[in-house]
Write a protein that binds this ligand. Structure first.
Ligand SMILES: O=C(O)C(=O)C[C@]1(C(=O)O)C=C[C@@H](O)C=C1
Length: 120
């Protein structure tokens, strides 16, 4: 079984608990659905939030979705001056028997502008 890395990002509207939980849920669901994987396939998930998002841990949304036995970690993205604000990112490692070229990395809402080189 191959280990693959999946990336995703979403820009949210505000630094509130609801916005972080809703945005994280949308992002996780997009990555899982587009790559047709379940929590059983996941090895670990790392979340980052830009320094302007501190109202909730994105991992809390993942646990609410049932990621109870998946190792999770939240950390802060580098605060590069001028970088896009209010962005939640994830990096998931999963067991997927497909070539890297068939994976779907998900950049949602305003975050689509971060990786225009990727097919949407
Ligand atoms: O992929 C993203 O989310 C980006 O913002 C792009 C990028 C990059 O330059 O490759 C920049 C910062 C992130 O930590 C990861 C990757």
């Amino acid at each position: 079984m191959a280990v693959r890395a999946l990336r995703g990002a979403i820009q949210i509207d505000e630094n509130s608990r609801d916005a972080i939980l809703e945005g994280t849920t949308e992002l996780i669901n997009a990555v899982m659905d587009r790559n047709t994987i379940t929590t059983d396939d996941l090895i670990s998930v790392i979340f980052t939030a830009t320094p302007d998002l501190d109202a909730e841990f994105p991992a809390y949304a993942a646990r609410q979705l049932g990621f109870t036995d998946v190792p999770l970690l939240c950390t802060t993205e580098i605060g590069v001056p001028g970088a896009m604000p209010r962005v939640l990112r994830l990096m998931a490692h999963a067991e997927i028997d497909r070539p890297r070229s068939e994976l779907h990395h998900c950049y949602l809402r305003g975050a689509a502008a971060l990786r225009r080189d990727l097919p949407q």
